[in-house]
Design a protein around this ligand. Structure first.
Ligand code: FAD
Length: 481
């Protein structure tokens, strides 16, 4: 009998039949990541329904020395929630931790369990007359626990920040089975290291998040969404800076190259291009008003875009004439990842550089990658206002996709990441490290950060039982303990 089988029996007899499944058909979808690049194995998927059940499972896993891989919506872009291929770990799904415990609109706080899907949280907040101001293309699947654990970003970071700013407190089970309860937010709390912040972005390596208290924003009284054609990314940044000088109402500022938009339109046959002519670059801009007496976002965008058109910063622009058209614009943006995935082999990077350097980086790094890897096509899109783009290098036409990915991808990634580091940036802006970028993080450092990450991991999870093989590289002696 293996340690895994003994653990499964122990959990079943302690917590009952519903606390896990060993049905291969139920487990199968959880063994491959969203992009289909990582494949794992797991003899069981744990299905706790409460924090107490998570704690009991963690204690039993510790006793049997079996690793656990927490999984929420399984939308990780870095293989973060895929278990190891040797079947040594059990999956722990948060899907039954699905309660919105409390929404306090007056205080602007919501306490929700880890398995609550982002879309459900949006709906719950809207019912209470407010909103949770973070959204992303995976909102129909991504969970609160996953968002906390990846410090997710999305398309409203410009105004509201990443999860790090939106989380007021975390409840989590630590590797020794103890429960950290940080759900009651305290504006002032100086008891040393901030455990909540440590757990945000830890990718399940330090704790299993069971619930979080999240900051809500006032409901939107009105919004306007514009689509703008521009000549190059620098024009995009110039426009952003002008808008930021004039107003704090701009929530989203996304950049999309013309050829990437064409792929989205191929991918969505019922969609229409927002602008008549063809443009090398496009912007999607959203401005909102929280109160009815604020300048109407539509008038605001019309004024600012009118000035940009007159001065030649923008080449063309349209403001959505209806909520349906605004949604249609956003659908184009939200479908970029799926369209890129459908378009074939590409090495993908989620990177950031200082915002002011981003326009140059987008153009120069793409040209350098294409010159270094002949036949490839490099493209960058995303959150220009955050200095974060998704930088894709597509396989040369006619190349065998699987072979090219296996042979060329590591060199392409190292080349792109070296440029990011030289520009003072980060090789992971919002997707995390997972298993995909672990070795690149170890290669590129910086050393002080790497040493601190490993020391924290060793301190809290000395037996390396929480999501092993992700984020942190441990010395072999640590990993085998
Ligand atoms: P999973 O994929 O299940 O897990 C992600 C990581 O968190 C893993 O390491 C896992 O072990 C850990 N984890 C999950 N739940 C817990 C828990 N309760 N406790 C501890 N650890 C846990 N990300 C962005 O930041 N911005 C974007 O704009 C964005 N757009 C996307 C668009 C698409 C179409 C897709 C598919 C993904 C996108 N992502 C984006 C990536 C992804 O959606 C986020 O990383 C999201 O936060 C993952 O949530 P999840 O519930 O799916 O987590």
């Amino acid at each position: 009998m293996t340690a895994q089988t003994r653990l499964i029996d122990a959990i079943r007899s302690t917590l009952g039949e519903r606390s896990l499944t060993t049905d291969p058909d139920r487990i199968l979808p959880a063994l491959t990541d969203w992009r289909g690049r990582f494949h794992g194995a797991a003899p069981a998927m744990l299905l706790p329904a409460s924090t107490a059940e998570v704690a009991a499972m963690v204690r039993l896993a510790g006793e049997h020395r079996v690793a656990l891989v927490p999984q929420g919506g399984n939308t990780s872009m870095v293989g973060g929630a895929t278990p190891p291929a040797d079947g040594s770990a059990l999956l722990l799904s948060t899907r039954r931790l699905d309660r919105i415990r409390r929404i306090d609109a007056a205080a602007g706080l919501a306490t929700v369990e880890a398995g609550v899907i982002l879309q459900t949280l949006h709906e719950g907040a809207a019912d209470a007359g407010c909103r949770f101001p973070l959204t992303l293309g995976s909102r129909g699947s991504a969970t609160v626990g996953g968002l906390v654990s990846t410090n997710a970003g999305g398309t409203q970071v410009l105004r509201w920040g990443t999860m790090r700013r939106l989380v007021a407190g975390v409840e989590a089970v630590l590797p020794d089975g103890s429960v950290h309860d940080g759900l009651t937010p305290l504006p002032k709390d100086n008891r040393g290291y901030d455990l909540d912040q440590l757990l945000i972005g830890a990718e399940g390596t330090l704790g299993i998040v069971t619930a979080a208290t999240l900051r809500l924003a006032p409901a939107i009284a009105a919004r306007a969404v514009a689509w703008v054609g521009i000549a190059d990314p620098q024009a995009g940044l110039d426009l952003l800076r002008r808008m930021q000088a004039a107003t704090d109402a701009v929530e989203s500022f996304e950049i999309i190259p013309g050829d990437t938009l064409a792929r989205v339109l191929d991918h969505l046959p019922d969609a229409r291009p927002p602008l008549g002519g063809s443009h090398p670059w496009h912007l999607l801009i959203e401005a909102v008003a929280a109160t009815p007496d604020a300048e109407a976002p539509e008038a605001l965008l019309a004024r600012l875009l009118g000035e940009a058109l007159a001065e030649g910063i923008a080449a063309d622009a349209v403001i959505a004439a209806s909520e349906a058209q605004a949604e249609a614009f956003w659908r184009l943006r939200d479908s970029l990842s799926a369209a890129e995935r459908a378009a074939g082999a590409a090495v993908q990077h989620d990177i950031s550089v200082p915002v002011d350097r981003m326009p140059r980086f987008m153009v120069e790094a793409a040209a350098a990658a294409e010159a270094r890897f002949p036949g490839t096509h490099a493209t960058a899109f995303g959150h220009l206002g955050d200095g974060n783009v998704h930088f894709h290098v597509r396989a040369p036409a006619g190349a065998d996709p699987a072979r090219w990915m296996a042979e060329a991808a590591p060199g392409v990634t190292a080349f792109v990441h070296d440029q990011v580091v030289a520009a003072g940036g980060s090789i992971s802006a919002e997707h995390g490290i997972g298993q995909m970028k672990r070795d690149e993080l170890a290669r590129l450092g910086p050393p002080a950060r790497l040493a601190a990450l490993a020391a924290i991991k060793r301190g809290l999870d000395p037996r390396n039982l929480f999501n092993p093989g992700k984020l942190v590289t441990l010395a072999p002696a640590d990993a085998g303990k």
